[in-house]
Design a protein around this ligand. Structure first.
Ligand code: ADP
Ligand code: ASP
Ligand code: MG
Length: 320
């Protein structure tokens, strides 16, 4: 199985303990994909933007990022062991690059990708050590082009790399989501929310039995429960229904996640880390439950404006 845990699920020491008990209760080989601690990626991006604005100050964010991780490590490891050094080294790397951005007063998409995934590089080390699992580095096997920020995966190279990396592996592995590298060995990322996609890429390459997305709600719901309080769980969805709902705003799954597992007919199960007994949602090729319901759910994207542009000068102008 591949189990992916999102930002809230690994957001605090208490939550990481829940993750451990879910992982330990599996009775098969598992690959665990983790996001950064909730909110960390946003903070890194804000810090980088502040740093690029010359006089801007990134130290407030950096301090918050350090404190969050220190607190988690303190609780989980009593502040002892090699994890502290590993995390400090990654945070120092972040600080150095932020200092560099301040000095040049410029932030490129390439530099941003160099640091955007530090949250996952840290969280995967914390979770691997806490569970007592082997850590694999997904940036070493997920190969992309150089479209920094939302790079395209080279599946031919990636699938082979994944198969080689996990050949003969048994037990529990932990890998960071979201991060990848291009053919020059530079860090890239596969889009915001991309840890779901990492999990799907690995699932398809290894043809696993099931992909479980562990998040902070009881599966795929009829609407965003943060917006509609009465939203309830949809027990089963087809791949195309899930794709449609997520493409149009249901953040619970990152849309590109669906395709690799759909091609291999690997079921996706969406589960709640904070209510593991809840069956959540199964995403399958064909569904029985609710097949007669024409409307499965409603999704929405906020903060969007639709602009109509018209004018006689636009006819036939390339690029319009
Ligand atoms: P994670 O960090 O685990 O990847 P996300 O925040 O990316 O979690 O996705 C889970 C969130 O998606 C939920 O907390 C919920 O607010 C939001 N969401 C939006 N639409 C839906 C939906 N239809 N069903 C469930 N959750 C939804
Ligand atoms: N941490 C990344 C993000 O916030 C990836 C993920 O969580 O899926 O976009
Ligand atoms: Mg997500």
């Amino acid at each position: 199985k591949v189990l992916k845990f999102g930002g809230t699920s690994v957001g605090t020491a208490e939550n990481i303990k829940k993750v451990k008990s879910i992982v330990k209760s599996q009775n098969c080989d598992v690959i665990v994909v983790v996001s950064a601690l909730g909110g960390i990626t946003d903070k890194i991006l804000t810090a980088a933007n502040n740093a690029s604005q010359g006089a801007g100050d990134f130290h407030t964010e950096l301090k918050e990022i350090r404190t969050r991780h220190e607190e988690v490590i303190q609780t989980l490891f009593n502040g002892t062991g090699s994890i502290k050094d590993i995390v400090n080294k990654l945070l120092d790397e972040l600080e150095q690059i932020l200092t560099g951005i301040t000095l040049v007063g410029e932030l490129t998409a390439k530099t941003l990708d160099r640091i955007a995934g530090i949250g996952e590089r840290i969280s995967s080390n914390i979770v691997a050590q806490f569970i007592g699992a082997k850590r694999f580095d997904s940036s070493e096997f997920i190969r992309t082009d150089s479209a920094f920020g939302k790079a395209m995966v080279d599946f031919e190279v990636t699938n082979k790399n994944i198969q080689d990396s996990f050949a003969g592996f048994n037990g529990i592995a932990v890998v960071p989501g979201f991060i990848s590298k291009n053919s020059k060995g530079e860090f890239t990322t596969i889009g915001r929310g991309g840890s779901d996609y990492t999990a799907a890429i690995i699932s398809a390459a290894l043809d696993v039995e099931i992909l479980e997305i562990w998040t902070d709600v009881n599966g795929f719901m009829t609407a965003d429960p943060r917006v509609i309080r009465k939203a309830y769980t949809i027990p089963e969805l087809t791949y195309s229904e899930a794709m449609e709902l997520s493409h149009f705003g249901a953040k619970v799954i990152y849309p590109p996640t669906i395709l690799p597992v759909y091609k291999k007919q690997i079921p996706i199960v969406i589960k709640n880390t904070f209510e593991p007994e809840n069956p959540g949602t199964r995403i399958l090729h064909r569904v029985e439950k609710g097949a007669d319901r024409i409307i499965k759910g409603i999704s929405s994207i906020s903060g969007i404006a639709l602009v109509t542009i018209q004018g006689i000068g636009m006819v036939g102008v390339a690029g319009i």
